[in-house]
Design a protein around this ligand. Structure first.
Ligand code: 5GP
Length: 120
């Protein structure tokens, strides 16, 4: 199944700049870029540049602790950069029932409108 695959994903091409994206933050470990199909006025994806088996959060191991923290911290940095001072949402979809579609872990940063709860 896709969730068990070690195949490259479209995000590798984004990391390697083989396909264009609108990058909003980049350092040696993570990349943040605008979602191609935004679900809010601000919709940014934050990904590790090296997947290291982390197809999704369900595959997390102790060796991933640093990158997992960095992904969340980057969400906070980018939210501030985007001026989301009244709040925002951070989401990780996992597996078929979590509506995951790309098996390279990514944090969604959503904002710029009122979010709803429960999300459905
Ligand atoms: P998931 O559904 O796996 O949590 O989220 C994957 C996200 O990647 C979706 O929101 C989708 O719109 C986004 N996405 C898929 N392909 C591309 C692409 O080529 N470029 C960008 N910028 N986003 C993409």
């Amino acid at each position: 199944t896709p969730s068990d695959s070690d195949s490259p994903t479209i995000f590798d091409k984004i990391i390697n700049k083989e396909i264009p994206s609108t990058v909003v933050y980049e350092d040696d470990k993570v990349l943040a870029f605008r979602d191609i199909s935004p679900q809010a006025p601000v919709h940014i994806l934050i990904i590790p540049k090296v997947r290291d088996g982390l197809t999704g959060i369900s595959k997390a191991e102790e060796r991933h602790f640093e990158i997992l923290g960095r992904l969340l911290y980057t969400a906070k940095l980018v939210a501030k950069q985007e001026g989301l001072d009244d709040g925002y949402r951070v989401v990780i979809n996992d597996g078929p029932k979590g509506c995951q579609s790309v098996y390279h872990i990514h944090v969604h940063l959503l904002g710029g409108r009122q979010m709803n709860w429960p999300p459905g």
